[in-house]
Design a protein around this ligand. Sequence first.
Ligand code: FES
Length: 74
Amino acid sequence: VKGIRAEGTPATINPSIRKNEEKVVDNVPIAELSKPITPYCRCWRSQTFPLCDGSHVKHNKATGDNVGPLLLKK
Ligand code: FES
């Protein structure tokens, strides 16, 4: 049953992003970054995944987690 885990089974990290893919992988050549600093999502809650949209703030407040983006700098 979806959403039910056996005891001791680790939870999934990705709640909803591109679940039709076997593995979510993104390739971004550094030279193609559009900004001097580009934040990439590591919380799997962004509506603009793989880019961070600030959704980690709400996630952290709701769960007590401490996740934040990966900042790629040109
Ligand atoms: Fe996921 Fe910011 S929205 S790290």
